[in-house]
Design a protein around this ligand. Structure first.
Ligand SMILES: CC(C)(COP(=O)(O)OP(=O)(O)OC[C@H]1O[C@@H](n2cnc3c(N)ncnc32)[C@H](O)[C@@H]1OP(=O)(O)O)[C@@H](O)C(=O)NCCC(=O)NCCS
Length: 155
């Protein structure tokens, strides 16, 4: 990742800025409200990371990862977003790598995530990072809201 960005755990002070990243990255889609991010700071710990633009101090991306409570060997990349004007500089892939490293430190065996089948950019990113499709989840988020289930084996 270029030196103008740094990755660190999200703090309560970052929550409004993470909400702004969410609004930018997922414009036109259902958004996580800020109270969910506020709770995630307490619940996820170092599984909730932000990317900061060093020169301006602005939060420009975030990722949330967590262990599945059904199978603690499996971790989920719950959400990943980067502000449009900071994309294609490695921020998204480094946020994902840091989330995976956190999971690996807690003995994660693998990572799962879902993605909109039409989100070609995200699919390219995840393929680039070694994820592969293991299922198509029909109506996963509601009618006409299919998702692709992607997996990555740690280690
Ligand atoms: C998906 C997203 C997080 C990628 O963030 P990013 O910081 O731009 O990603 P990176 O710069 O690390 O890109 C890594 C690789 O992904 C692929 N990629 C990323 N953006 C791409 C694009 N617009 N077109 C083609 N490939 C792309 C490339 O292979 C890229 O490697 P390269 O630049 O060396 O070719 C960002 O586009 C985003 O926030 N999108 C909206 C929210 C979203 O879809 N989140 C994922 C939901 S599952």
């Amino acid at each position: 990742m270029p030196p103008e960005y740094t990755i660190r755990p999200c703090t309560t002070d970052d929550v409004p800025a993470v909400g702004a990243v969410e609004a930018d990255a997922f414009a036109g889609h259902d958004l996580y409200p800020n109270f969910v991010f506020r709770q995630a700071v307490d619940i996820q710990g170092d599984g909730f990371l932000v990317a900061e633009h060093v020169a301006s101090g602005a939060v420009v991306g975030y990722v949330i990862t967590t262990a599945s409570q059904r199978d603690e060997d499996q971790w989920w990349i719950v959400s990943l977003g980067v502000m449009a004007r900071h994309r294609r500089r490695g921020v998204g892939s480094h946020l994902t790598a840091r989330a995976e490293a956190f999971g690996a430190s807690k003995r994660a065996g693998g990572f799962l995530l879902t993605v909109d089948p039409g989100n070609i950019v995200a699919l390219r990113l995840y393929h680039h990072l070694g994820y592969s499709e293991i299922a198509r989840l029909s109506g996963h988020f509601g009618e006409d809201e299919d998702r692709l289930l992607l997996a990555y084996a740690a280690g």
